[in-house]
Design a protein around this ligand. Sequence first.
Ligand code: FE2
Length: 536
Amino acid sequence: MTESQIDTETLRGVIARELTGARQRTALLTDSVDEPDLVRQHSSLMSPLVWDLAHIANQEELWLLREVGGQEAMHPEIDPLYDAFEHPRSERPTLPLLPPEQARAYGHEVRGRVLDLLERARFGAPEDWGTRLLGDGFAYGMIAQHEVQHDETMLITHQIRAGSPVLAPAAPGPAPADALRLPPEVLVPGGPFTMGTSTEPWALDNERPAHTVDVAPFFIDTTPVTCGAYAEFIADGGYDDARWWTAAGWEHRQRAGLAAPMYWNRDGGRWVRRVFGQTEPVRPAEPVLHVCWYEADAYARWAGRRLPSEAEREKAARFDPATGLSRRYPWGNADADGEHANLGQQFLRPALAGSYPAGAAPCGARQLIGDVWEWTSSDFLPYPGFSAWPYREYSEVFFGPEYKVLRGGSFAVSQVACRGTFRNWDYPIRRQIFAGFRTARSGVAESALCAGTWRISEHRPRCVRSSSTPRTGCTSKHGRRASSDQGQSTRTGSAWAGTRRPISSRPISSGPAPSRPGTGSRSPCGATSPSRTWPG
Ligand SMILES: [Fe+2]
């Protein structure tokens, strides 16, 4: 859905399409395993799949049938079982959960009633919101996002699950012809840009309001860091050298015995990894997956770089210097098609680095939406003017330094929950999520001081710092300067001479917050200790 207002019939169609698409994925993920696999807990970090199945239905009933539709509870006695705050994931296998067939029937019944409700729904513009949940169909959009978020969570459970493969994923196509000629990094110029949104109809509270952020010039990797580049970090002793790790990261690396990304193993002289029950060679040109924040941060330090801040990551993805505006997506304001991004579990793996040229941002960076969630250096904090809505437990209770922000979305989440302003967050030790990263460096100061030489790895060059190497600037093996003294890259073909037109923020309208249905919910189900790994 675009930011412009659309008519009621069109909005009904959008909602029905999103709800139906999410349910088709839910059905595939839960019908593809037998009953013992549905009720088993495959990891203490994850819920049994049958819990997700009924929880999706329960949240849909709470928010749409009860809160929006004013209907009576269908089965009030089960509400506490599916309250993410009341029962952490580790406890859920012990609960008297609905058996699979009853969970399916419950979801089917709720969905039927919701579609009936949708037929009669009237949606107002935000300024007319009498019942704010209905403005622009927000409640429906929130529930569609909730289900696709759980579809991603359930796919994580599938990846953790032991046993023979049950999913038959298609593979993304080859990288485009220019992938190997891409500059390793692109410049994002300094200056203000609009971060967050006050107008995206289905944006969640932590994405709001739009506000101006002044960002110093910086360089950011053109693509996510690849498995091949990460393997160099391992081969160079990166896991054994405390210099590259924060104190907390080094302590965790030792305590947890980290030595490679999750699911990686040595097979003779090569790395292999397990992917949805199948073992395969690690693909060097594929973005690295299943690394925690500490590993991403250590890699960046080893490479003489750093993780981008959340603001940098959003500016790289959204800012259009030609207009001075922030886009909804890197490629523009139109929703994605298959040419823009790897989303929605169409493929169950990231595309090769450099893919999706049609989805590139104005700065030239690719794959800023889809493929892998990307860790940023930033803590999960509220924006200036933040207002919790529709309830505190979606975001507000998680704000603080213990969570790191991830951006961009993965191949496992659908577009309805993946836009340029979308924020995800998790503990820095989490590895089971579909997360990778890209690195950055400051634009002017570091480009002038950049130590060492550009070393061409098999798949991407990196700037190698060495205390014995004269600091004479960064030159790639191809003889290109990494940057000029003015912070203007000569290595990217993008036109970054744009105007800098700050956009004034418009606070979201502040209608009365509805009472929180049930006894605990977020997105609307809420998160749960110990694993945030959204959603509950
Ligand atoms: Fe949930």
